[in-house]
Design a protein around this ligand. Structure first.
Ligand code: FE2
Ligand code: FE2
Ligand code: FE2
Ligand code: FE2
Length: 400
């Protein structure tokens, strides 16, 4: 069954506005919801936030009032979609519980994308990044046990393992080394463009989230850990956004954004287990088909090209949230000691990396190291969730 979103009809734009009652969605059940339903909600919120922010950026560069007005109309709907999606989250979760879910999204979404990415250079970028968010999950899980006296399995539900990845303090690289080479828009597979947009949107919303919630905790170690990991999410946004070809025109970027929204709503509609949430994915897909049609019209008119030249002729296989345990263990065993140098990867700590580390640490241990020590002291042992056996790296096993 093929689905070409460029040939489908959606809901006309003037029928897309929702009133308060329609926007007042029923949140998922915090105790019984599928953790991957929560992951889909968080991922989709990141996509809608990117849709809104991208449209604002485009409008700020657009001298034509009529086009600006059309952007504003579609953007208002994107803003309503963002509200409907993110308000599916139940109000009961603490900031740290939401944080654990954000890192679970980063781990299982990036691992899926790495597995499906056809371009080896891009695939390496995802494999590199995922080992870092994997470690963030472990650091936050220890903070969670220490200050909320709860275990992260309550949130991740055994679907994602919690144990050390590439140690967080080693993620602080010289900013120069966070910039990757972009794909070539004329030869890259359409799927590669969608992957890059998806992961940069997810990382961007994590960065924004930590920027804002980090100071909501009173405990010094919590405040410090959010500062530390918040700075790494800045590095991750730099890393992933630099994969996108900067030679794309605004019209092409808009087209890719709308196409990606169609792709993800379609994916989540196909894989959703909660019928009420699935109905929202379906409704939003039908809105996005119209956004895509409007973007395709602009692209044809102002870029003078056929949208089918740049977008995939049919939707790729659905983006799926599922456990990636064996894949991640294999990456941990082989790539844990990687860092970046220029736009490539190396296994040894080079001079620029050492200099950055020295300047940032200021002779002290990073909060991400201290949180483990403090939790060991407080809870008797550090928190881990190793469901598939001992840690793949001997020196990182608990019984070493
Ligand atoms: Fe949208
Ligand atoms: Fe992270
Ligand atoms: Fe990240
Ligand atoms: Fe859209």
């Amino acid at each position: 069954m093929t689905f070409n979103p460029l040939r489908e009809r959606g809901i006309p734009l003037d029928k897309q506005l929702r009133n308060w009652r329609e926007l007042n969605v029923t949140p998922i059940d915090p105790d019984h919801a599928d953790p991957y339903t929560r992951c889909r909600i968080i991922a989709m919120n990141g996509i809608e936030v990117e849709a809104v922010m991208f449209s604002h950026q485009m409008a700020r560069h657009c001298p034509d009032t009529e086009i600006k007005q059309q952007l504003a109309r579609v953007r208002y709907i994107e803003a309503q979609q963002q509200k409907a999606v993110n308000w599916l989250l139940p109000g009961l979760a603490s900031v740290l519980e939401t944080t654990l879910a954000y890192e679970q999204v980063a781990v299982d979404l990036t691992a899926w994308v790495a597995r499906m990415e056809p371009d080896p250079y891009l695939q390496q970028a995802y494999q590199f990044g995922v080992l870092e968010d994997f470690d963030h999950l472990y650091r936050y899980a220890n903070l969670y046990e220490m200050i909320e006296h709860r275990k992260a399995e309550k949130v991740v539900d055994g679907l994602t393992e919690v144990m050390p990845g590439r140690p967080t303090y080693l993620h602080h690289r010289d900013p120069v080394d966070n910039v990757r080479e972009p794909y070539d828009r004329t030869s890259a597979a359409p799927l590669s463009k969608l992957h890059a947009l998806t992961i940069l949107a997810a990382e961007q919303q994590t960065m924004n989230f930590y920027m804002n919630v980090g100071p909501e905790y009173m405990e010094p170690i919590a405040r410090q850990l959010y500062q530390e990991i918040g700075l790494i999410e800045e590095e991750h946004v730099t890393h992933y956004e630099s994969l996108v070809d900067p030679g794309e025109t605004w019209w092409e970027m808009l087209l890719n954004h709308e196409y990606n929204e169609c792709y993800l709503y379609h994916s989540f509609m196909e894989t959703e287990t909660d019928p009420k949430v699935k109905a929202i994915w379906e409704l939003h897909l039908n809105m996005e088909l119209e956004h895509l049609r409007l973007a395709a019209e602009l692209f044809k008119k102002h870029d003078g090209r056929d949208p089918e030249e740049v977008a995939a002729p049919e939707l790729p296989a659905p983006v799926t949230f599922e456990p990636n345990k064996a894949y991640l263990r294999d990456l941990i065993a082989t790539q844990i000691d990687y860092t970046t140098l220029g736009t490539g990867y190396v296994q040894e700590a080079h001079e620029r990396f050492e200099k950055m580390q020295e300047a940032l640490m200021g002779g002290e241990k990073a909060p991400s190291e201290r949180v483990i020590e403090e939790n060991r002291a407080k809870s008797g042992e550090e928190y881990r969730l190793e469901t598939e056996g001992p840690h793949p790296v001997g020196s990182l096993r608990l019984d070493r």
